[in-house]
Design a protein around this ligand. Structure first.
Ligand code: PEP
Length: 251
């Protein structure tokens, strides 16, 4: 059965005490609750161990926002998948458009990152999505197809089953412009169709595909009501417990 997932991406926000307080507040808000989705928070690296220690990780999964494309060694400043796993984190967000755009993440690097994440027992939340020019040219399907074909479609079926896909149109990230429910559903159905062609219908039906891009407490319920939208990757609205909890409760 595919899972519904609401995953927060804190990006480069919150000092360690602030992040810990946010995680503890969310943990308290979910104590006794039975959400109809898995809940994940993607924190900066330095928060991972403290957050995983402070919350009930059976209720809230912890995600890193990146990992190194190398296993270990002389790569100053990098954080490996095994280091992430050792903090108690279970997920890693990979291929976010901000990393592709500002840190030169190529498909080749992402293939290494995905492989290392899987080898270390982390669940990749693999992001894809087009820029505004691509959408305006109505080339978003080809663009997203290429992004997937160059990376996660090279996985074995067994490995592909372990990943989560997040479609995040770049024009909707942090802009307050949400893709319309129809645009989001249409793209997620298209992605599920691609997965079915590549790996078969059973795997396609079991893959969790998330929408991300200005998803908030007001629009989440309508987005999540769509047959192919299995949850959200949430940036800004994950920095506030009331908003994030309202998105979780939208399921
Ligand atoms: C994101 O960056 O993953 C994201 C979806 O951001 P926001 O919700 O702020 O648009």
């Amino acid at each position: 059965m595919k899972k519904n997932i609401v995953a927060g991406n804190w990006k480069m926000n919150k000092t360690l005490p602030e992040g810990l307080a946010l995680a503890i507040e969310l943990n308290a808000a979910l104590a006794g609750a039975q959400p109809n989705c898995d809940v994940v928070i993607g924190t900066p690296f330095i928060h991972l161990a403290s957050v995983a220690e402070a919350i009930d990780t059976n209720k809230i999964g912890v995600a890193a926002q990146n990992c190194a494309d190398k296993e270990s060694g002389a790569y100053t400043g990098e954080i490996s998948a095994s280091m992430i796993k050792s903090t108690g984190a279970e997920y890693v967000i990979l291929g976010h458009s901000e990393r592709r755009e500002y840190y030169g993440e190529t498909s080749e690097k992402l293939n290494s990152k995905v492989a290392l994440a899987l080898a270390n027992g982390l669940t990749p939340i693999y992001c894809c999505g087009e820029a505004l020019e691509v959408r305006n040219a109505n080339e978003q399907n080809t663009y997203v197809k290429n992004q997937l074909e160059e990376t996660v479609f090279n996985l074995s079926a067994d490995d592909f089953k372990k990943i989560v896909i997040a479609y995040e149109p770049i024009w909707a990230i942090g802009t307050g412009i949400t893709a319309s429910t129809e645009q989001a559903q249409e793209m997620l159905a298209f992605i599920r169709g691609l997965i079915a062609t590549q790996f078969g219908h059973e795997i396609a039906d079991e893959t969790s595909i998330l929408y991300g891009g200005s998803c908030n407490a007001k629009n989440a319920a309508e987005l999540f009501s769509q047959p192919d939208i299995d949850g959200g990757l949430i940036g800004g609205a994950s920095l506030n417990v009331a908003d994030f909890k309202a998105i979780i409760d939208a399921f």
